[in-house]
Design a protein around this ligand. Sequence first.
Ligand code: MAN
Length: 349
Amino acid sequence: MKDIAIRFKENPLLSPKDLSPSVAGLEILCLLNPGVFTFNNKTWLIIRVAERPHQREGYISFPILSDEGIKILEIALDDPELDTHDPRIIHYKGNDYLTTLSHLRLVCSDDGIHFYEPEGYPLLIGEGVNEAFGIEDCRVTELEGIYYLTFTAVSAHGVGVGLRTTSDWKNFKNHGMIISPHNKDCAIFEEKINDKFYALHRPSSVDLGGNYIWLAESPDGIHWGNHQCLLQTRPGFWDSARVGAGASPIKTRMGWLEIYHGANSDHHYGLGAFLLDLKDPSKVLARTIDPIMIPKADYELTGFFGQVVFTNGHIRNGDELIIYYGAADEVVCAAIFSIEEILKTLTFI
Ligand code: MAN
């Protein structure tokens, strides 16, 4: 399979050791899946920071958010009801928890390579019962002077899409959960079409259907309807088990170009692309057969959860597309693509 990504030689750009934990007693295990935007002439990332308590021998402990702040739960590793085979998830007595608690952190850069935490900008942490297991994988859409932050809100109730908006990155309005569980990977288009907002999102259906990418429309960016299924998984392909949108679609002369992630049943994640009609984004015009990027660098093959490249943010400069991505669910990296080259890899339907 062809991989057309030109990885930054500085990769990984950010690793867990580069930031400080949000509170004493926690350690950062993973920095991953940044949303990306420009603001004040700088490149900004809103990174998912996944934390857990220092581990005590013989136990697994993990944080959750409650009304009183962070609460630590601890389970003995030899408890027969404990299942930790997936490093991301804890199954215990019929309940699921996450091994880490994620918040979102802002970093910025003048060159898109060297990032630092600016002073005076808040951390975004889970708020309320639907975000008790954290907030993750934020997509940022700038539309008419407002930044829309769509992210995964995780709790014992399930995984849904949360929305906050801001114009200065210091004051945020929390709109709560805009798409209920099970749903994630929501990216709002950066332009209205026929005066309506559009978004891609990814519900999961347990029995009928699957982990497919859907389109929704909205009069205000908050209330979503007219859901339509756009893109399905393909049996026997690299994206046979799940597909999910990356960041906002990129407007090109041929249509809206979307970079998406796909995974097979072994949880190997790669990136592909598809193209939507400019005037009617419910029409899928083309899709890549092979991935345009697959894990191949050491930092993509091994880490907290190996064999993963996952993107939810990019910067476009003419034909150049800089994709920021999480590698092996542990570090933040970047790669350059040519938009024309991606368009050439599409197969028209
Ligand atoms: C999956 C993975 C994890 C994530 C949970 C909740 O298990 O994507 O990284 O924490 O879903 O969204």
